[in-house]
Design a protein around this ligand. Sequence first.
Ligand SMILES: N[C@@H](CCC(=O)N[C@@H](CS)C(=O)NCC(=O)O)C(=O)O
Length: 311
Amino acid sequence: MTTAETSTRGEFVRQPNRFTGRVTADSTSGPGEGPDDQGRWPLEAGRYRLVWSKACPWAHRAVIVRGLLGLQDAISVATVDPIRDERGWRFTLDEGGRDPVLGIGFLAEAYAATDPAYTGRVTVPSLVDTVTGQVVTNDYPQITLDFSTDWAPLATRSPELLPAELRPEMDALIEDIFQDVNNGVYRCGFATTQEAYEEAYARLFARLDQLEARLAGRRFLFGERITEADVRLFTTLVRFDAVYHNHFKCNRNKLAEMPNLWRYARELFNTPGFGDTVDFDQIKRHYYGTHANLNPSGIVPAGPDLSAWTA
Ligand SMILES: N[C@@H](CCC(=O)N[C@@H](CS)C(=O)NCC(=O)O)C(=O)O
């Protein structure tokens, strides 16, 4: 299948993020006002709503970071149905099929309220302003960085997910993890030529081998402390055996066959804020039920046995 996100070589090329607003402490707008002349929305507890799907790794990372930083009272969360219909992400898990705060049935309504001409994919995570109903941002890499920095005045915990002294090395590592692992599994699954698939597969497993070696001498990616990089790697690893190994043909081996990565992923899973945000049922139903080109029957595999995550 060829889409707007397929290159002529059959590679999956992810669309850019349309909305890149920022909520900042130095916005000159007052409470309830829109962005200032530099596009900065005012920081306000309870004003913005994070729309996520439990299935989505990009949205999942935002929910984990929100929890680790203790931003639950500052940023509310709306959960969409893991299965989209032809109008996209929908609030069918909520009473009456509407988000109780935003009052909309589809995330696309917030996109239309922000940019009526928008024709791209409507994506989670999206941070939506409850005052205007507009999308502030769907820029998933920036959202978690902002939670650690701009949102710090409202955070009730301070785990230091982005220690300044680690930033240069961490920024390089999270870029490698994004290209080859987070997005790499999608590049395997959505490739439309053998060549593009094999290239993505080789890069994915070369990177996982490198991370496996890195974790031989480290508890987490940067030693004893959990950082943003761990959150980003975790959301792909936790979906690996349940979905990517089979559905996206990332099948050189399972995560459970890479001892250091497996030990690491399970330790994170059993850390408060990680495993308690994982819903394997919604993850599996989303992927296997959504990509009809990859899984025309829509049948959701019964396995694998996921009990080892909590053992
Ligand atoms: N905003 C990013 C990443 C977020 C993303 O792709 N989220 C997925 C779920 S994992 C989504 O919302 N997909 C909606 C769609 O494909 O229509 C993008 O546009 O690529």
